[in-house]
Design a protein around this ligand. Structure first.
Ligand code: HEC
Ligand code: HEC
Length: 331
């Protein structure tokens, strides 16, 4: 009996669910099947072939292509626009074009914008948010709202939402977090763990591995002048730790834990220690977060509206800061 259950479990976690999303069809409720236990995560394959032919499909497919092959199309030597500053692709962080649960998916993004964003102290549209990622992790220039490319990004994101809007439950959507660790993240421990768990792909120098031909990456850089910048969302230790814990190493057997939560925090602290691992800095944070009280608990750049130190905001322990703000907001 036990063996049967085990076999069933294996079958469930190794099979691949094809999700056909058609904007004119009623999409299936899919996400309740994603996560079969806390450490086995299902990956859905979004089947764009099911979308009805027409200009809408052309835009959705182009949008997906922009996510998957950003550097080729709009990178520094892009064939269409030369917009991003490094050769990184959107899918390097939004895994499989934002369709992997816990892989910074973009299932519901369209539905959450326009949204007030404390960082800019303004209402941002989905197009503004796309440009945020082009400007920061991708070190580029905002693309025009009326361009074919922006339209394609938006249409693709809308399609993801159309695929998901009737789902009963969406697992592994952003923002996804792992619990706060109760100690300060230790970048020196992280350095040792990085060498053991990450360097074989991203390099001991964090520079990644270039794609054959020398343009784009097989393994993206995680620090250095071509990596995400200071002040971008990945530069927050809590956010990065969750990404690492849930997605790296990317060739891992998803049924096993390869990086514990503590290791993920320590490695995140190492990657994001810009003294040992420098990364681009646009010196723009004085204009961001005009209301300091709105900063995320793990936002690494002061000034802050509380009395916790800069070091604690960067490396933790984060829970006391989180508790402090929760208690104040309740009042
Ligand atoms: C087997 C190779 C491999 C290993 C080992 C690996 N990664 Fe990755 N990593 C990748 C690939 C490939 C991507 C891009 C994913 C994609 O495009 O689907 C990636 C993406 C990333 C990203 C986001 C991309 C970016 O531009 O910053 C970070 C951060 C990252 N990895 C950190 C780590 C850390 C930390 C470890 C160790 C715990 C690790 N990786 C281990 C292959 C690997
Ligand atoms: C180095 C990693 C990285 C890369 C590369 C990246 N992003 Fe992001 N992106 C993030 C992080 C981190 C967030 C914030 C996620 C969260 O709040 O949990 C984010 C958020 C977003 C959001 C808002 C999601 C929401 O629902 O609020 C959109 C849209 C987005 N990215 C689009 C893009 C596009 C388009 C590209 C390529 C041009 C891109 N991203 C490349 C890291 C990255």
């Amino acid at each position: 009996m036990q063996k049967k259950i085990y076999q069933f479990f294996l079958l469930t976690i190794t099979s691949c669910f094809i999700v056909s999303c058609n904007t004119s069809e009623k999409p299936a409720s899919i996400h309740s099947i994603y996560k079969t236990s806390s450490d086995s995560i299902q990956t859905a394959v979004y089947d764009t072939s099911a979308i009805s032919e027409g200009p809408e499909k052309v835009a959705i497919l182009y949008g997906r292509e922009l996510f998957m092959n950003t550097h080729k199309l709009i990178g520094p030597k892009g064939t269409v626009l030369q917009q991003t500053g490094n050769e990184v692709d959107c899918r390097n962080c939004h895994i499989n074009g934002g369709t992997k649960p816990f892989g910074m998916p973009l299932f519901t993004s369209v539905a959450r914008y326009p949204q007030y964003r404390a960082r800019e102290s303004n209402i941002l549209t989905i197009q503004d948010r796309v440009n945020n990622c082009i400007e920061r992790p991708l070190l580029g220039k905002a693309i025009p709202f009326n361009s074919k490319e922006m339209n394609a990004f938006a249409m693709y994101l809308k399609w993801l939402w159309d695929c998901n809007k009737n789902a009963m439950k969406i697992e592994g959507d952003i923002p996804n977090r792992i619990p706060w660790m109760n100690r300060r993240a230790d970048w020196q421990k992280g350095k040792a763990d990085y060498a053991q768990l990450c360097a074989r792909c991203h390099g001991i120098d964090g520079q990644g591995v270039k794609a054959p031909g020398g343009y784009g990456y097989t393994y993206p850089p995680v620090w250095g002048e071509h990596a995400y910048s200071i002040g971008s969302s990945m530069h927050r230790v809590g956010k990065l730790a969750a990404f690492i814990r849930n997605n790296m190493p990317n060739d891992m057997d998803i049924t096993k834990i390869h990086v514990t939560e503590e290791q993920a925090y320590d490695i995140a602290a190492y990657l994001n220690n810009e003294q040992v691992n420098p990364r681009p800095d646009f010196h723009e944070d004085d204009i961001l977060y005009p209301n300091h009280a709105d900063k995320s608990v793990d936002y690494p750049i002061g000034p802050y509206a509380d009395t916790f130190s800069q070091d604690q905001h960067k490396y933790g322990p984060f829970k006391p800061i989180d508790d402090y703000w929760k208690a104040r907001r309740k009042k």
